[in-house]
Design a protein around this ligand. Sequence first.
Ligand SMILES: NC(=O)c1ccc[n+]([C@@H]2O[C@H](COP(=O)([O-])OP(=O)(O)OC[C@H]3O[C@@H](n4cnc5c(N)ncnc54)[C@H](OP(=O)(O)O)[C@@H]3O)[C@@H](O)[C@H]2O)c1
Length: 255
Amino acid sequence: MSRDLLGKTALVTGASRGLGVHMALRLAEAGALVAVNYAVDEGAALETVRRIEAAGGQSFVIQAKLGGEAAARKLADELDAELVARTGSNRLDILVNNIGGGDYGSIKHADEAMYDQMFANNVRGPFFLTRALYDRIADFGRVINISSAGARLTDPNIIVYTMAKTAVEAFTRVLAQDLGPRGITVNSVAPGFTAGPTNDYIVRDPVQAQPVIDATALRRFGQPEDIADIVYFLASPQGRWVTAQHIDASGGFKL
Ligand SMILES: NC(=O)c1ccc[n+]([C@@H]2O[C@H](COP(=O)([O-])OP(=O)(O)OC[C@H]3O[C@@H](n4cnc5c(N)ncnc54)[C@H](OP(=O)(O)O)[C@@H]3O)[C@@H](O)[C@H]2O)c1
């Protein structure tokens, strides 16, 4: 396994559970010092750190319930202190805006609370965190936003999620233009149905799983490692010439 991220620093938001765990593991495996962000479950975040260290990597946890400016500033201050203590500098090379997720609900069911929650996690979180870290992101660094194949679907049952993830893609394109002169690439990765805690109940139920498999060109659920490898590629030196792109990582879901 290539160690081409040795000497780099990374932050993965929402890395105590689900896809973020594997993104953190993959970046650490390549040599990056990885900050593992979580909202409430410190034990799970520490478990991510334990797995990274057991594999010979370096990592630490950083708590912040993201979604607005205050939490983002708090995270930035704590990240500064942790990075300076470990590396002598607050330079951040790789920012993975992973928190997000969505509930099912048509426009008739999507009330204000659901709408606000969806935009807080998928849009406000990445926006205000990137804003808080804007000057700390190193030249030739990386910003990777986790979107969803849902951004391109027209399923009425995920209308708010689709709206929110479409905003993430607009954010990605505009930010790529903004940060390009500093050599920083900005891309989004869009998983489809991926095995893990979010979709366990579907994966385990053949009646619900089969339609997903049938609608996927590669005829299986994604694995968290499938997504983590793309995040790693974008973060690696090999990804240096890719920016402002939306990379569908769904195995061809509902093409
Ligand atoms: N899973 C899929 O199949 C799939 C498909 C398409 C797109 N995606 C996208 O991939 C990303 C990850 O999805 P996932 O299914 O892996 O999510 P998940 O399992 O729900 O992951 C939740 C993680 O995010 C943290 N978190 C939640 N809200 C937070 C907040 N406000 N601030 C900081 N951390 C927060 C949680 O921390 P605590 O444990 O402390 O609560 C946990 O570490 C999301 O952007 C999602 O939209 C996922």
